[in-house]
Design a binder for this molecule. Sequence first.
Ligand code: C2E
Ligand code: MG
Ligand code: MG
Ligand code: MG
Length: 277
Amino acid sequence: YQAKRQKLSTCIFEPWMGRVVAEQLNIAKRLASAIAEKQLSLHFQPQVDLNSGQLIGAEALCRWHDEELGDVSPGKFIPIAEERGMIVALGYWVIEEACRQLAEWRALGHSMPGQLAINIAAQQFEEESLVANLLDSCASFSIEPSQLSLEITESGIMENPEKAIAMTEVLKGKGLGLSIDDFGTGYSSLAYLKRFAADKIKIDISFVRDMLTSDNDRVIVATIIAMANTLGLETIAEGIESQDQIAALLSLGCNQGQGYYFDRPLAAEQFVQRWLC
Ligand code: C2E
Ligand code: MG
Ligand code: MG
Ligand code: MG
């Protein structure tokens, strides 16, 4: 069946496929120049203590507004950047911009509590130069590495677990925080998880979304929290949109969260006004 499918997939070519390829190429081309010309921006989503509602950190999320294409979501352009070898350059810009923003807030007298989380793609995690680059950006803006936390997806870790484990140890040694993003979707083995020097697990949005209506999802969330406790890891829930979700998460032992209930990802000025003043 596999062979048959491969054969079929190389034979069938419909006109719409050509349009999809052309569209992707156009996006890729424009993205390359947006990265080179530093036309991307970062938005910031608060992370809060679910008991007190207080700010405990934030996640930096990349945004791209293109003249011709309009706003392109990261769900669309990040995979293209990954496929076309642009994610490392994009990621280095994100790291630098995150440090610059922290320094700017500091200069304006707004101190950011906790850590600023940055998303790191699997390919970036395999770059030998990642550590030097992080430290360089921190040094340029007098930011302590411990003010940053890196988010790597569970599936990203599993692309090359041994390498990821080695990398986490180096990063940990430099004081950076480390979270496993989209947890529950990536088929990681407990054996690897134990060796991976993370300090936090981010419970994937899909389980949080459905935990009030699906017994299965509620049990998955409970199990993730219990497992994290056993391994000595903190947990944070992503995608919180209601007070009922907060109550359910607290009753299961998760006391950190992020989601539209608190705020959407915000432009820097808005983030300052609403959360840092
Ligand atoms: P992620 O890291 O899991 O980020 C969480 C996503 O959930 C964000 O989408 C955020 O806006 C969205 N979100 C937060 N709260 C809620 C909520 O209550 N409800 C719903 N429905 N969604 C919520 P966003 O900003 O579109 O980013 C999508 C993904 O793109 C991110 O998922 C991350 O994997 C990737 N990404 C974004 N910025 C970067 C970046 O700088 N580098 C890399 N490598 N990936 C990035
Ligand atoms: Mg993330
Ligand atoms: Mg996530
Ligand atoms: Mg995600």
